[in-house]
Write a protein of this length. Structure first.
Length: 280
């Protein structure tokens, strides 16, 4: 069977904000049919990598390839028809309605006059329904709760029908029902529809449950890249998270470990050793 095409590739990428180097010589790939999670401590450079993937940050060194072509060769409109970036804080005018916001996802496909065709309208209606937003369709964005806002910008991203989804904390502000339904939808986009997903996730259990691969980043470098079991039981993960977490083998899904908080210290005892032995 032919290998899945690589939709995103970063080669020896280094990124900085002024004199502050954030990413140092990182190389990674995301292929069609994959759900890949970026995990790591705050400030590791995860969001910066997503921004660099769409050209919002220029590399100090290295290059980004999208769908096999260097990023700088892409026409912005053509690229917007193939990928979407959902940042942590998606800017949306407060006076836009939910329906108008979701409609923005179709912008790269609209004609000269910006008129939505029947297919565009069908995609918008289906997406609003899929994200349980029908009762909110006429509400203005400034009136929404944090979770409702997040579901709306997720719907806008899906309405774009991208081949590559770059999502930064997609479950932020969502209750557990919508966290799971959102990640199921992203997972199905990869496994059922052959798209690719690169997601920044801080919830390590969600990353373990839904990811085909987890990429652990710290100190501006990729420390480990592999399936959830390999990464969460790795010495690199143990060094970064230490006794703040316990990693347990799940009897139902042994290759998708459970991540629990480290036990609180009592009577001067420490948590050392409560996490299973790291494995190479």
């Amino acid at each position: 069977m032919d290998a899945a095409p690589t939709l995103l590739e970063m080669r020896n990428l280094s990124l900085s904000y002024g004199d502050h180097m954030v990413i140092r010589d990182i190389s990674l790939q995301v292929c069609a049919g994959e759900f890949v999670s970026l995990v790591g401590p705050n400030g590791a450079g995860k969001s910066t990598l997503l921004r660099a993937a769409v050209g919002l940050i220029r590399p100090v060194a290295g290059e980004v390839l999208l769908f096999g072509r260097p990023l700088e060769e892409w026409n912005r409109r053509k690229l917007a028809q193939k990928l979407t970036l959902l940042p942590q804080h998606a800017p949306v005018p407060e006076l836009y309605t939910v329906e108008e916001t979701v409609r923005l996802g179709r912008t790269p496909f609209l004609g000269f006059w910006g008129t939505a065709g029947s297919r565009d309208r069908g995609v918008i209606e289906k997406t609003i329904s899929d994200f349980e937003l029908r009762d909110l369709a006429e509400c203005r964005m400034g009136e929404l709760s944090g979770g409702e806002f997040q579901r709306t910008v997720l719907a806008r991203a899906f309405a774009q029908e991208p081949e590559l989804l770059l999502v930064d904390e997609p479950t932020a502000y969502l209750d557990i029902h919508h966290q799971i339904s959102t990640l199921h939808r992203l997972h199905n986009s990869a496994h059922r529809d052959g798209k690719a997903v690169l997601a920044v996730l801080h919830d390590l259990n969600l990353a373990s449950t839904f990811s085909d691969r987890i990429i652990l980043i710290a100190d501006g470098r990729v420390l480990r890249d592999g399936d959830p079991e390999t990464v969460l039981f790795s010495p690199e993960f143990a060094r970064i998270y230490g006794s703040s977490v316990r990693i347990l083998q799940s009897p139902d899904t042994p290759r998708r470990p459970l991540v629990l908080p480290g036990l609180p210290e009592t009577d001067g005892a420490t948590n050392d050793g409560i996490r299973p032995q790291a494995r190479d």
